[in-house]
Design a protein around this ligand. Structure first.
Ligand code: 1GP
Length: 260
C-alpha cells in the first residue's frame, strides 16, 4: 500500500462497513520465522482477512520486525501490514501503518505516554501512518498485561471497560482494543456488547479466540474486528482454521443484524 495519509484507516473503516466485522491475523516475530510469516499472510489474504498485524510483548527487536514485515511484503501480500508494537523496538519502516496504542488501564505512565513519546519521532521519520488505539487489558491480562504494568479489568465488570472506552472516544482515539491476553480466556460477549453500546467506537477484540464459535460470539456481540494469533501460529492446517474463524465472524454478523 502507498503511504497516503489515512489510507489504512479509511480502508479499515470501509471494510468494517462492508463486512460488519473484519479479521486480523496477528504474527509475533518472536514466535514466527519470516518464511512462515509470509505463508500465513498469503493464506490469510486468500481466506478473506482484512489486514496483518505484526508484533509481540516480549523479545521482539526492530530487526526481527523488519525481517517479518519484509518477508510478507516480498511475498506479494496486498492487504496492509499494521504494526502492533509491544514497545519501541516493534517499529518497522516497511509496514503500512502502526497501531499507535496507549495502555489506558496501566499503572505506569511510561505505557500511557512515555513509549509513545519516544516512538512518535521514529514513526514520523519512517513515514508510517499512525492509527490511534486505546488498548484495554481485561481478564487475566496475559503477558501483555504483565509487561505493561496493567490493572486488568475484571470480566464481570463490563461497565469499567465501557467507561474507559467512552473516555477514549472523548480523548480522540480512533479504535478501542479489548485484550483478553494472548492464549488466555476470550473477552466475554457481555463486555463487548456494553463497550460497543456505550462508546459507539470501532471495537477490536483479541486474546484466546481459537474457534469458530468464539469468533461467532465476539462478532455477534458487536466486535468490529477480531484478532487471532496463537491459533494460527499453532495450526497444522492454516486454510481450515482461517476458514473456520472467517465463517464464525460472518455468521455472527448475520445473526447480530437479524436480532437488531
Ligand atoms: C494478543 O489479542 C492478541 O495480543 C491475540 O491473542 O494469541 O490468543 O489469538 P491470541
Amino acid at each position: 500500500m502507498s503511504r497516503e495519509k489515512s489510507k489504512v484507516y479509511s480502508y479499515l473503516l470501509e471494510s468494517i462497513k462492508k463486512k460488519g466485522c473484519i479479521h486480523f491475523v496477528l504474527i509475533d516475530p518472536e514466535k514466527t520465522s519470516p518464511s512462515e510469516a509470509s505463508k500465513i499472510a498469503l493464506t490469510a489474504e486468500n481466506a478473506g482477512s482484512t489486514a496483518i498485524m505484526v508484533g509481540g510483548s516480549l523479545g521482539v527487536s526492530e530487526k526481527m520486525t523488519d525481517e517479518v514485515v519484509l518477508a510478507i511484503k516480498r511475498s506479494g501480500v496486498g492487504i496492509p501490514v499494521i504494526l502492533f508494537p509491544g514497545g519501541i523496538s516493534g517499529i518497522s519502516k516497511y509496514a503500512d501503518a502502526i497501531w499507535f496504542l496507549s495502555v489506558l488501564n496501566t499503572s505506569s505512565i511510561y505505557h500511557i505516554i512515555g513509549a509513545q513519546m519516544q516512538g512518535a519521532i521514529i514513526v514520523k521519520k519512517y513515514g508510517l501512518e499512525a492509527i490511534s488505539l486505546a488498548y484495554l487489558i481485561l481478564g487475566k491480562g496475559g503477558a501483555a498485561g504483565y509487561v505493561s504494568y496493567s490493572r486488568p479489568i475484571p470480566f464481570d465488570h463490563p461497565e469499567l471497560a465501557a467507561a474507559y472506552a467512552l473516555a477514549a472516544k472523548y480523548m480522540g482515539f480512533k479504535f478501542v482494543y479489548l485484550e483478553g491476553g494472548s492464549g488466555g480466556d476470550p473477552v466475554p460477549p457481555a463486555v463487548i456488547r456494553l463497550v460497543k453500546k456505550i462508546s459507539e467506537m470501532p471495537v477490536i477484540v483479541g486474546g484466546g479466540i481459537k474457534t469458530r464459535q468464539l469468533a461467532y460470539n465476539a462478532a455477534r456481540a458487536g466486535a468490529d474486528g477480531i484478532v487471532t494469533g496463537t491459533v494460527i501460529e499453532e495450526s497444522q492446517n492454516l486454510e481450515s482454521i482461517l476458514k473456520e474463524i472467517l465463517e464464525g465472524i460472518q455468521s455472527g454478523v448475520k445473526d447480530r443484524t437479524k436480532n437488531q
